[in-house]
Design a protein around this ligand. Sequence first.
Ligand SMILES: [Fe+2]
Length: 148
Amino acid sequence: MHFQWTHDLDTGIPEIDEQNRRVADFINALDEARQTADRERVGEVLEHLLDFVCNHFMFEEQLMEKAGYEFLSAHERIHEVFAKRLADFRGRYAKGEDVTEQLLTMLQNWVEIHIKEEDKRYADSVQQVIADEGGRTWVTGLVKKLFG
Ligand SMILES: [Fe+2]
């Protein structure tokens, strides 16, 4: 299984799409670790994923807030639940459990449901506030701040 990003997953916001594409990389890295039964690698991917997701959610939430997106709090809640589930996986992994299969399923569902459906809903309102020069400068600054 190799997960291939397709354009129907794009929101049209370049910074968001670049970040969402990284989820595909995580899926492939995990799948590779699963195939080679590399437990240590699973732990590494999980750590990177947690770190990435935290910054990515902050990024998205600030964009939605700037846009005055009306379903911001519902979207934040979905992020919160996802982050908590990831943290649970980390805890179970630390106790010696093999969480690879379940984690892969959760990430695949995340792409299908969250990226493909829920992220797209804020795209129009966010596009409007980042289209002009001031908005572009603000987004670039935010990317630097959160992702270095
Ligand atoms: Fe999101």
